[in-house]
Ligand binder design. Structure first.
Ligand code: G3P
Length: 221
């Protein structure tokens, strides 16, 4: 299973790379805005260097059509480890499957993002997406079952031996992360605070403190 950091924060990326658990980084326009990024191309080039040979997922900002495809090709040319994120549809509900398919045929690795249903993942896979991002938290927000959608997608992908890889995204806490892993996500992208929460545990801290105290205590005490 691949683990990605959903962040453009260089210090956090370096920190988690040092922990030896990070396979790549994902971004989107919101993540870049939150990180205060003004030079998008420069930042993406820098992050792609930082995370190489792992993938940097970078999202297009055009809504659809030839403009989206050109932007996807430009992002792809920026660095060999860039995966181009393309929303599965426009805000008006027009599918971006043709754009995904054109990019895939041109040799661009596409991550079909903003998938909130099994059908969207299935069609993105048919269009040739290398990854499909299932926004687990946003499915749960509407009373759906994010991990359930992941599990159904994974069964279908395995049944048909398709090359698409599921990314569990919009993961808001440790429980969401754990459920997404066991539901069969091939990859998980986590914000830094969720990654921290995954390894932290109050009682584990207490346990380690006890071990360290006992290590320094006189024998038989
Ligand atoms: O990777 C998608 C993610 O950044 C969206 O997360 O928590 O805003 O639904 P969230």
């Amino acid at each position: 299973m691949q683990l990605f950091l959903d962040s453009a924060d260089e210090a956090q990326i370096r920190y988690w790379l040092r922990q030896g658990v990070l396979d790549g980084v994902t971004t989107n326009p919101t993540v870049l805005r939150r990180a205060g990024v003004t030079d998008r191309t420069g930042t993406l080039a820098k992050l792609s260097d930082l995370v190489a040979p792992g993938p940097l997922h970078a999202e297009v900002t055009s809504a659809a059509g030839g403009e989206l495809v050109s932007e996807g090709v430009e992002l792809h040319r920026l660095a060999s480890n860039i995966v181009v994120k393309v929303p599965v549809l426009t805000p008006e509900g027009e599918p971006c499957l043709a754009e995904i398919s054109t990019l895939a045929e041109a040799g661009v690795r596409v991550n079909a993002t903003a998938c909130l249903s099994f059908g969207q993942v299935a069609l993105a896979a048919k269009a040739g997406a290398a990854y499909a991002s299932v926004l687990v938290g946003r499915i749960n927000d509407e009373g759906g079952d994010g991990p359930g959608v992941l599990a159904a997608c994974r069964r279908w992908i395995d049944d048909w031996r398709l090359p698409v890889r599921l990314v569990a995204a919009s993961v808001r806490g440790a429980a969401d992360a754990q459920r997404s892993m066991t539901a069969g996500a091939h990859s998980l992208t986590l914000p830094p605070d969720v990654l921290s929460a995954l390894v932290d545990h109050k009682y584990a801290r207490h346990t380690v403190k006890q071990f360290l105290q006992d290590a320094g205590a006189p024998h038989g005490s």
